[in-house]
Design a protein around this ligand. Structure first.
Ligand code: FDP
Ligand code: ZN
Length: 312
């Protein structure tokens, strides 16, 4: 197995068949499929949600729509039923939730509904998932065996990697995730950039990097949703997303475990890279669940450039 995927007409390949042909181990492919199914439930919730019912706070003190909680609940319950997950760590939970009897193979991390502040604007939002074999208090490189995100936009798409390439699927009208792009390969450099944080709070080194990108003709693309912003770089095959260290928050805003590790895994498996400015995101050890890190993620040339500026 692992060969012959390209022998088929891509349009005819659904997610389960793709993972089977790609030789993804049986439990992992069942788990990924189940998470993709949860994406359908979450998207249904988004559609039925009344945006005027906002008003909870999550454990990190942010505004939280009830939609975040609903998404988290659905995920947690489905993973509990799956029989493959022993621990669930979510941005919406205070600590790690034990599922099953502890003998299950995987630990799953989730940002169940990233970019929820965009719900009322009708921009794309997403779900981010990391799948770990061992305790999450390690480097992503040591423990991650898979990652995926789901984008809820005009189309619902799912991008996953189980270590061999990064692949995109589109949910069709029949409710099947059909392969739309296999083994996505980023170019060495792109032409778009997404800079988070306020310019006045940037460090001098970061400001110089952004000026360099602007001078080189990079076009600004920033929606305020991490999933669609990363998805744009992956699907356009290059560019740079950054949420840097800020004067008042030297660790930036984005969470290492729930947001950055899965995206770094997907990006590396598509031939891109991700760094905090010095170290690969996947080489940073997770010490606590809500740990944040600055991030520069995208095609290799821009990530390398970021490293040069940041270490200067
Ligand atoms: P949000 O606060 O809406 O959940 O997860 C954090 C996040 O969104 C990312 O999706 C997004 O990339 C970033 O924050 C946007 O932050 P800014 O509003 O500071 O630009
Ligand atoms: Zn998030």
């Amino acid at each position: 197995m692992g060969e012959g995927i390209n022998d088929y007409t891509q349009k005819l390949i659904d997610l389960r068949r793709h993972m089977w042909m790609a030789g993804v181990e049986v439990e992992l492919r069942r788990l990924i499929w189940q998470i993709a199914v949860v994406g359908k439930y979450i998207s249904a919730k988004i559609h039925e949600a009344n945006r005027k019912q906002a008003g909870f706070k999550n454990v990190y003190g942010e505004e939280q729509l009830s939609l975040d909680r609903a998404s988290d609940e659905i995920l947690k319950n489905q993973l509990g039923f799956s029989g493959f997950v022993r621990e669930y760590a979510s941005e919406e939970q205070e600590g790690i939730v034990k599922l099953g009897d502890g003998t299950e193979k995987y630990i799953v991390t989730a940002d169940p509904l990233d970019g929820s502040s965009l719900v009322d604007t009708n921009l794309a939002i997403g779900t981010i998932i990391g799948i770990h074999r061992e305790s999450v208090f390690a480097t992503g490189r040591a423990t991650l065996v898979g990652a995926l995100y789901i984008t809820y936009g005009p189309l619902i798409t799912m991008v996953y990697s189980a270590g061999k390439g990064t692949h995109e699927f589109v949910l069709n009208r029949e409710g099947e995730y059909m392969l739309s792009e296999e083994s996505i390969k980023l170019k060495e450099r792109g032409s778009i950039f997404s800079p988070g944080g306020l310019r006045r709070d940037w460090t001098p080194a970061h400001r110089k990097l952004v000026e360099q990108l602007e001078t080189s003709g990079y076009k600004l693309r920033y929606s305020g949703g991490f999933v669609p912003d990363i998805n744009q770089i992956i699907i356009k095959k290059g560019g740079l997303f950054t949420y840097p260290a800020l004067q008042k928050s030297p660790q930036g805003k984005l969470r290492l475990l729930f947001e950055l590790q899965p995206m770094a895994y997907l990006m590396e498996n598509a031939g891109g890279a991700a760094t905090d400015g010095r170290e690969d995101i996947l080489n940073i050890k997770v010490e606590k669940l809500d740990q944040c890190s600055p991030v520069y993620i995208g095609s290799k040339t821009e990530v390398q450039l970021a490293k040069q500026y940041l270490s200067a």
